[in-house]
Design a protein around this ligand. Structure first.
Ligand code: 1HE
Length: 265
């Protein structure tokens, strides 16, 4: 049974708002450009462990002008190699919790989407950017390496060569470039990312839970499996999904002309 979400206070590292079946989660350190300290990472973990049963999708966003300036560099200076290893594994655990959450997660991006902030965005299932968003990996300049799963997730979105260029040269991608290259799937007008992310999350929350589960849990495994293993996994997932009562009800509604048709956009 999920525990209730902690009540947000003025000093909370995260803000929460429930809109219908969508929970919005705001990174709430605007004075530090939502730099990700241990406290905020562990709050994210607590939040995803406590998702209320009636929530069907999550939107993660930044309070203030930026999504996130990445790792809180002030916490890094005293860490030795072992502590650094454990710290990175802690981020992996938390970001895996997002990627493998019970329900889909949409990230609304603006301003800085830097380093660990980009790694956090990559753990979400859909990314929506507004024109102020920009993507950077200044790890090269800082003398560090990505540690929040970025080297695993980002190349799958934008390619190894693009990520290597960003880390080696400090190249920064704009929101307009980002939607072309796969950093985000959507680009809105200025100030529109959160509203669009909520709209998408509301739509996602109306899907059959088993289809959302299959998209989040099975699709990434199938895409990386050998073709024959992938086809078998697909067949198994398809048979499980279509045998679910929810699928039968939804297909009957279509055949009886009681549900919306696909419309060209
Ligand atoms: C921070 C951080 C931070 C801001 N850690 N404190 N990330 C970076 O290398 C990005 C570093 N940040 C920046 O380049 C800039 O702050 C921004 C371009 C994001 C925003 O600039 P600006 O002019 O709006 O703000 P600011 O004046 O630079 O910062 C405001 C405050 O936030 C200031 O603190 P203050 O006490 O002097 O007011 C900054 O020190 C603080 N701040 N960003 C700590 N990142 C798991 S491995 C992941 C590895 C990484 O993420 S590497 C990338 C780190």
């Amino acid at each position: 049974m999920a525990q209730p979400l902690p009540a947000a206070t003025a000093n909370s590292l995260l803000t929460f708002e429930t809109i219908g079946r969508v929970l919005t989660v705001g990174l709430n350190r605007p004075a530090k450009r939502n730099a990700l300290n241990d406290g905020i990472i562990l709050e994210i973990e607590r939040c995803f462990a406590a998702l209320p049963e009636d929530i069907g999708a999550v939107v993660i966003h930044g309070i203030g002008d930026h999504f996130s300036a990445g790792l809180d560099l002030s916490e890094l200076t005293e860490r030795d190699a072992t502590a650094g290893l454990m710290h990175s594994r802690m981020w992996h655990r938390v970001f895996d919790t997002i990627q493998h959450a019970r329900i889909p997660v949409v990230a609304a991006l603006k301003g800085a989407v830097i380093g660990g902030g980009l790694e956090l965005a990559c753990a979400a299932h859909i990314r929506v950017a507004e024109p102020s968003a920009y993507y950077a990996l200044p790890e090269g300049q800082r003398g560090i390496f990505v540690g929040g799963g970025g080297s695993v997730r980002l190349p799958r979105l934008v390619g190894v060569a693009r990520m290597a260029d960003m880390m080696l040269t400090g190249r920064v991608y704009t929101a307009a470039e980002g939607v072309v290259h796969g950093f985000s799937q959507y680009l809105t007008e200025e100030g529109g990312a959160l509203a669009k992310a909520i709209e998408l999350a509301e739509r996602v929350a109306q899907n059959a839970p088993l289809t959302n589960f299959a998209v989040m849990q099975a699709l990434p495994l199938i895409a990386e499996a050998s073709p024959q293993t992938g086809l078998m996994l697909e067949a198994l997932m398809a048979s499980v999904a279509q045998s679910d009562q929810e699928a039968k009800t939804r297909i009957r509604a279509f055949l009886d002309r009681k549900t919306a048709k696909v419309q060209p956009s």
